[in-house]
Design a protein. Sequence first.
Length: 421
Amino acid sequence: MWTPPNINAIPTEFDLINARDTIVALEEELINAQLRVRQLKEELKTLKAWVAPVRRLPFEILSSIFTLCGEMYWKAPLSIAAVCRLWREVVQNTPRAWFSTKVTNQKNINLLGVYLERNNQRLLHVTLQLWSLIPELAPYAHVIQCIQVPDLPEFMQGLCFSHLKSLRITSPDSKIRMAQVTIDQFPSLQHLEVSGSLIDRWNVPGVVLPPIGTLTMAHRMQSTPTLLHTLRKTLFSFEIFFTSAIYTLDSRPIRFPRLRCLKLHRYTSMASMPCKIVAPELTTYIQWNAFHTSDSLMHEDVDTITHLRFANFRSPIVFPQVRVFQLSIQTYDLSNALKAIQDGNKFPSLGTIEFRLNTDYNVLNSRPVVDEWVKQYRPTLNILFTTDKWHIDPPGTIETWAPKPYYEGMFIMPPPIKYPR
């Protein structure tokens, strides 16, 4: 290849011709080299993928992985099947990966048939983007276990979801009547979640509800929903979000003979419960308060509670039977929380405390302090830390018995805060 005899000299006409030819040749060589580099990278990528450990995993392990992927995202089996022939064969022969699907419009109703074929006719978890699609599910109503839907049609006659166990109505604007969730439409219903309003103000003659055991609802109306009185004999777990600014106090106590778990969310500045709940078998009590509301205890009958999740460790109330106390607090409040339970008078039966802090760094810094406190004051106490999911699911909570689609995600959101001007 030509090179200039003297790089510092002014080029002659002959030098310019040779230089331009050389530049063209070098640019072509550079392009070819870049193409070769890309080819080498592709070959390297292919070869690394070929010898990757995941290719040597047996069917059983891949199948378990794909099952978890299907639980996390309904489209995962479809995406996995498009990766390679091996993965397609594995996921198509993994029925448990095809248990959840989402229907966004009338055209992809046929996805239910695809998922049913792949999961060997197991019951499905279905998310509907439009409530108007409910009637389209009629051919599949007998193979659906869980439905998430924004609302329900006003008239549900002719529809029977014989094996449906969980119904989640996700729109805050929905208005639900008891006549829409009768035993005729949902004979096997165990869990009901209503993000909107329960608008029946009195008993509806001739309406028989299914034996619902767990109820999650937003209390948006001023008066106590009639549904609570109707389900008082069957509920064993009850979660309620108080979102209204004003409630009418109900003088009639509601007795729940089977209720084991009560979970309250206070989003407004109410001082106490608008209705008195009597639950002689209550063992789990969970209360969450928005930052601008009172942190006082809303349900004061605590004698039977064994598992408590409550942020106000300063409460003067004694919890005689509490064995597990779960506390979500800021790191700077940790020492105050320990002092509050130091003498054992407030929690005489306490065996385990689980602290939820906001970062792993805070957990790392807090652990030595807590360990030293335990040695000095409560040597028999078991201490747990978490930054996300609780280690202990208290008895009666839906997490202890139901699959994730029954409870995953939160659809009842707090009302906007109105600050004074």
